[in-house]
Design a protein around this ligand. Sequence first.
Ligand SMILES: [Zn+2]
Length: 156
Amino acid sequence: MAKALFCLECSAIKSFPLDGTTATCDCPEGKVVGWWVDMATATSMMAVLPPGSRDKARVLILHSGFLKADVEILPPGYVGPDGQLYPFDQGQTDANWRDVHEQATLTATRPEALSVFHKSRRACPLVVLKPGTMPDTHWATDVELHKRGLLEPAPA
Ligand SMILES: [Zn+2]
């Protein structure tokens, strides 16, 4: 799965970098930030800096298999009677993508992080969530923001 932040104010969509660094929206102030805490458990953390209104922050969870489907799942075309490879017409291309969408919603219901795509839940390879409403995306505490250098220590 891939995760990204989405800012309702500036419309930025920024994926959480694989190296663990911080993704930041494009607002001049009141930036939405997010990062991977543990990719194995798909755990991420978010904040709005300086700490303030969290209303504009969303996390996007994207089904990696769906994102890579055109190179990893979908056939490049069909073989005609002459043995040549021909591209699908628009109707077949759309049908192929609908099939891939369907497959993405048949994903395993465990671990919990993946179950959100399942037919019994969002039934979609793109999930929009408020941070803190799922066990794998938390709001950063002030201590965590200090540790990351994203928050100046309070004056003594
Ligand atoms: Zn923003």
